[in-house]
Structure formats: C-alpha cells, structure tokens
Design a protein around this ligand. Structure first.
Ligand code: GDP
Length: 228
C-alpha cells in the first residue's frame, strides 16, 4: 500500500478547539449536597446526569482529557453529592449523582430526588444538561424522570447514547433513530447523538454542543480539527 506522506507544517495537524482547551482545564472545585451549598450562582454551568454505570465518568474524563477527574465523584461519601468542576472563572461542569442504586433505601432516594429537583429548578447558571444513557439500555425510569424535570423547567437537554462502540455502526444508528422518535413525544426539543468514550465517536459533536451552551467562541481558523 502506498504510504501517505504528511509534510511538516501541513494543516493535517489536529488543532484543538477553544471549548476542548477549556474543558481540559477542568479541576475539582467542590461537592455540594444542596443548592444552598453550591458556589455563587453566576456564569454558566453544564450538568451531566445518568444512571449508575451509564458511562458518565468515562465521558467526563474523555471530554476533559483527564484520566481520573470524574473518579472524584465515585469516592465513597461523594457519590450522592453534586460535584462541581471549575473550567474558568465563569464556567463549570457539574457531575450529578449517579442515582438508581438498588442499595439506596427509599427515604434516602426521596431526599436525593428533592435535592436534585431543587438544584435543577433553582440553579440560574445551569445552561443545559447532558443526559447519558447506555445505548443498550436507554430511557429507563430515572432517565424519564430527568427528562420530565428538564421539560418542566425548559432546560436545554442533550442525550449522549454511550458505549456506541458496543454495537455495529448500523445497529447504533438504528438505536439513535428509535431514541429520537421517543424523544419527539416531549414538548421540549431534545437533541441526541452517538457517543463512545472508548473510540472517541461523537466527541466533536459533544464539544460543539457544550461550547455553544457555555458560549465559547471559536476562531474560524481554529476549528479545522480532523473528524474523530
Ligand atoms: P458511570 O457509573 O456512569 O460513571 O459509568 P463509568 O464511566 O464508570 O462506566 C461504566 C462501565 O462502562 C465501565 O466498565 C466503563 O469502562 C464502561 N464504559 C464506559 N464508557 C464506555 C464506552 O464508551 N465504551 C465501552 N466499551 N465501555 C465503556
């Protein structure tokens, strides 16, 4: 096979987007149990939610280019809290609790839902929620609960169908199509895409969406990164 030569200085080199650069700056800021404990409600915040094992930590780590960032949220004692990550002075990522554990008793679970509800409906700086669902197991009860919350507060919602590498591309596309059909039943327009933390599928689309929500401007000349 003929070898493809890439001359030094050619535009083949991957240029990072501003949003990617910003996400790579993510650093753990603090945990909060309630809305009142969250930092000042200013600037912009994007929340990540999903059932336990949906692939949320892997996605946050992949998007921020850090191997262990979201592990913070899995540290015992932190798993039921809102975990905040600073991007810059005005922007944050928020890792919402991985609800859905069978282990958690009903009372604790209800409290959890109240805390989440107050955060989702009361946080002014929250500009959007990324909801992660395992492509082989989408739209479970808790996902529906979160969609209904977003609907209630007209919060922009974007679904990442995670672990898309586990299916053939055709089957993954079909799963996405079926999901989009179900999401059309809601009054809120909900965008969705395939995603894989392992292969990087959908990474660019997720960067674009989060960048738009956080109002990160891209220099036209800098957005020529190669498709992932
Ligand atoms: P969380 O509980 O939602 O934070 O889920 P994790 O990110 O910890 O992922 C749960 C499991 O799914 C782990 O074993 C991950 O290695 C695996 N996983 C996460 N994302 C992907 C992915 O994109 N592809 C594959 N094949 N496995 C994944």
């Amino acid at each position: 096979m003929k070898k493809r030569l890439v001359p030094v200085g050619s535009n083949e080199k991957v240029v990072m987007k501003n949003i990617e650069r910003l996400l790579h700056q993510a650093a753990f800021l603090q945990s909060a149990q309630t809305l009142a404990q969250c930092p000042a409600d200013e600037g912009g915040e994007v929340a990540f939610a999903g059932r336990s094992n949906a692939g949320k930590s892997s996605a946050i780590n992949r998007l921020t280019g850090q191997k262990t960032l979201a592990r913070t949220s899995k540290t015992p004692g932190r798993t039921q809290l809102i975990n905040l990550f600073q991007l810059d002075e005005q922007r944050r990522l928020v890792d919402l609790p991985g609800y859905g554990y069978a282990k958690v008793d009903k009372e604790k679970r209800n409290q959890w839902q109240r805390d989440l509800d107050s955060y989702l409906s009361g946080r002014k700086s929250l500009v959007g929620m990324v909801l992660l669902m395992d492509i082989r197991n989408p739209l479970k009860e808790h996902d529906v609960m979160l969609i209904e919350w977003a609907e209630k507060t007209a919060l922009p919602l974007h679904v990442l169908l995670t672990k898309a590498d586990k299916l053939s591309f055709g089957a993954a596309k079909q799963a996405l199509f079926a999901l989009q059909k179900s999401l059309n039943n809601y009054s809120l327009p909900i965008s969705s895409q395939l995603f894989s933390s392992t292969s990087g599928l959908g990474l660019d689309a997720a960067f674009d969406l989060i960048g738009e929500w956080l109002q990160v401007e891209e220099n036209a000349a800098d957005t020529t990164s190669q498709p992932r």
